[in-house]
Write a protein of this length. Structure first.
Length: 256
């Protein structure tokens, strides 16, 4: 009789332990489902604001769930975001994380049908968008074939990419805003600035660094006088006598 009672007590204790384990499991599941990332520290963003980057990554119902973020990190499951090469979510606590953005770095774009096709310094097409990205010049005068995202832009002269990269890097170095870069059949370079609104004729890529440097020196005077027209730097040679530059106003008046 006593043994039977002991067996009953033992069974009851096992059931209690079982339900305690189940209860603990349910509490943990509920906590995992309810725990969400509330604080996001965005790192590496330049083209997007922190708010824009956060809203693109965490835009779904379960995107802020801490457990799901952890699982997606392990599986390397990520979204495809415009002008973003990669991103990482680094959990700092169950409710906070670092969002590290690695942005694509297009040096130019071309208008293709109804879209802008953006490419990097090697000529690889990295993005397609109907929106014009601020700070990236439109490349004109380039003949190209069928364009495929992720492949090199099919042009007749691949040396044009080094010229584009050189010009855009120098313009960025001297903090000169560039709206468009044009090439003619002889690879002469013409640039349209955003501010002031003037056209600059550089000629060939020879001495381009010196030409952009002297352009930087001339811009304050052009801006102060409110000039609009074309600045001719084709014959400018760094450190050589006889080199020249001229500014042709919109009313065709030349200013040396």
């Amino acid at each position: 009789m006593i043994k039977k009672q002991d067996d009953i007590i033992y069974i009851r204790k096992r059931k209690v332990k079982h339900w305690i384990i189940v209860l603990i499991f349910l509490v943990l599941v509920l906590a995992a489902v309810k725990t969400e990332i509330r604080t996001v520290n965005v790192i590496g963003n330049e083209r997007y604001t922190a708010e824009q980057a956060e809203s693109m990554v965490f835009n779904g119902r379960w995107d802020r769930n801490t457990l799901l973020c952890l699982v997606n990190n392990i599986r390397n499951k990520k979204k495809s975001l415009p002008f973003v090469a990669d991103y990482r979510i680094r959990l700092k606590s169950p409710v906070s994380c670092d969002l590290i953005i690695y942005e694509k770095d297009p040096v130019g774009c071309i208008k293709y049908m109804s879209s802008y096709m953006y490419f990097d310094g090697d000529g690889i097409v990295v993005e397609s968008s109907q929106e014009r990205l601020a700070g990236v010049p439109v490349i004109e005068g380039v003949e190209y074939g069928h364009i495929v995202l992720g492949e090199k832009l099919p042009v007749n002269n691949s040396l044009i990419f080094s010229d584009i990269l050189n010009v855009t890097q120098q313009m960025e170095l001297y903090e000169i805003g560039c709206d468009s870069i044009s090439f003619d059949e002889l690879m002469n370079i013409t640039v349209r600035l955003t501010e002031p609104e003037i056209t600059v004729e550089f000629g060939t890529n020879e001495d381009i660094s010196a030409k952009i440097s002297v352009l930087k020196d001339m811009l304050p005077g052009i801006t102060e006088r409110g000039l609009r027209g074309t600045l001719d730097l084709k014959n400018y040679k760094d450190g050589q006598s006889g080199s020249s530059s001229s500014f042709k106003l919109e009313d065709d008046t030349d200013t040396e």
